[in-house]
Write a protein that binds this ligand. Structure first.
Ligand SMILES: [Zn+2]
Length: 469
């Protein structure tokens, strides 16, 4: 089939299936697939399990062989001449909805073609597209050299143990793309370093409680502080709500949710609270010292005041975001999420942070380190993705690097690819991003992404079998 004929067949397929695609997205977003306590047959909780069953039911309806691996990763596939396979790997789990939704986050809304619900852009619409991609080639009766397998993870947001499980038990794909971000293709991802700054034990302080955040990678829009009264005056602030409760004040800071990899896109409520407390001189001694350190963490998204700011020629500068805070056993605990370029190491980061902690006291607890990766942007596989993107959009599809962490980093030959547009410039103000409130994408983004992915799989078959069929 020439690429022209293929392109026309895809267009016809998309117009035939448009309504069904939106309906299937609606079915998936209705499932509250946030990770929870493990249950029988549900290692990540009943929500992710229900999503796994729902995608398999859709695959079955399309007549595609499907099932799951260890109750962790779903699959559907189209057999090729070889059992070796090209994979897509999307995910069905979601982060908690958070605040700021104008309607139920679990009910798909269509506002002028914009589809809104938790999971639309991260990553349920993409999961539905991966099925329709298989359906397209099945209806065309294509027999590819390589099998095409759509993998559906259910633990992407909480550490990707689903991918680890899969790799430990099954042969890896010859190439994998993960439609869990935006176009064009991503050939490199920053390292991720997550941990806690833990204060020393403070028994003579004023803070009774301080808590905020739901996940290490989600910028919180609310932070809550309960603090004893003292010889300080509280100035009014648009972002801080103060309630006098007799012995103590209750404070609520408000900001805007966002993704830790792109801290400039959110408005961290913890940062606002820390700044307010310091501006009003509410603390003394060890508590104040620790808050000054927190302010160093929060007041620059590039880690400048922690002494970790850096960049290199392949990646955008390091980002640093502190997204959860708590108080336990008389200690304040500030979680952080750092995305770092390939030119530095996690041990250097830990060393710099410990250096900052030393005068204040307290500990650094390292929670997670995930080395980044950088593939050759000129490989035949990356070229296959680039060509597909350029053919559909007419824009440059040169592969890039990012601070987002996707399944791609788990596989030897892999890239993140789609499904969001390259820029959010045309997003109206009422549409939010992944991990934020009012998360959404336009129907045309979704349908264009399907066409790009179908062309990409066709290109990949050529690229990997070393010939134009
Ligand atoms: Zn995702």
């Amino acid at each position: 089939m020439t690429k022209e004929i293929l392109s026309r067949s895809i267009d016809a397929f998309i117009s035939r299936n448009k309504e069904a695609i939106i309906q299937d997205i609606g079915t998936l977003v209705a499932i509250e697939s946030v990770r929870s306590e493990p249950a029988e047959g549900a290692p990540y909780g009943v929500g992710p399990r229900a999503a796994l069953d729902a995608i398999c039911a859709m695959a079955e309806r399309m007549g595609l062989p499907s099932g799951n691996y260890g109750d962790r990763v779903g699959y559907a596939e189209l057999a090729g001449e070889s059992p070796q396979y090209i994979a897509s790997f999307s995910h069905l789990d979601i982060v908690p909805p958070g605040n700021g939704w104008k309607a139920s986050p679990y009910q798909l809304r269509n506002i002028d073609g914009w589809l809104l619900a938790r999971g639309v852009s991260d990553d349920k619409a993409a999961s539905v597209l991966c099925l329709y991609l298989l359906k397209f080639f099945q209806e065309e009766g294509v027999k590819f050299p390589y099998t095409v397998r759509a993998l559906f993870g259910t633990d992407e947001e909480c550490g990707m143990s689903d991918a680890d499980y899969y790799l430990a038990h099954y042969e890896p794909p010859v190439f994998l793309f993960t439609p869990d971000g935006s176009f064009p293709a991503v050939c490199g991802e920053k390292g991720i370093f997550q941990g806690d700054l833990v204060s020393k034990e403070i028994t003579d302080g004023r803070i009774v409680d301080f808590h905020s955040g739901s996940a290490s990678n989600v910028i919180p829009d609310k932070a809550y502080l309960t603090i004893k009264k003292g010889d300080y005056q509280l100035k009014p602030d648009d972002h801080i709500q103060v309630t006098d409760e007799g012995e103590v004040y209750s404070l609520v800071a408000s900001g805007k949710c966002g993704h830790a990899a792109y801290p400039e896109g959110g408005d961290n409520a913890i940062a606002r609270m820390v700044r307010y407390v310091l501006d009003n001189d509410m603390l003394q001694g060890d508590e104040k010292d620790f808050f000054l350190l927190l302010d160093d963490l929060h007041r620059d998204h590039g880690g400048k005041y922690l002494g970790i700011a850096c960049s290199d020629d392949r990646f955008t500068p390091l980002t640093c975001s502190g997204d959860m805070v708590s108080r336990k056993d008389n200690r304040l605990i500030q979680n952080f999420d750092i995305r770092y370029p390939a030119s530095i190491t996690d041990s250097w980061l830990a060393e710099q942070i410990r250096e900052k902690l030393r005068p204040v006291g307290g500990d650094l607890v390292v929670r997670m380190v995930d080395q980044g990766f950088c593939m050759d942007a000129d490989s035949p596989e990356m070229k296959a993705l680039q060509d597909a993107y350029e053919a559909v959009t007419g824009k440059s599809g040169t592969p890039r690097t990012t601070g987002g962490g996707s399944y791609a980093r788990k596989f030897k030959n892999a890239a993140a690819f789609g499904i969001g547009p390259e820029t959010k410039a045309d997003f109206p103000a009422f549409v939010g991003g992944g991990h934020g409130a009012e998360e959404g994408l336009h129907t045309h983004h979704i349908l264009d992404a399907l066409k790009i992915m179908i062309l990409a799989v066709d290109n990949l078959q050529d690229a990997l079998s070393g010939e134009a069929r």
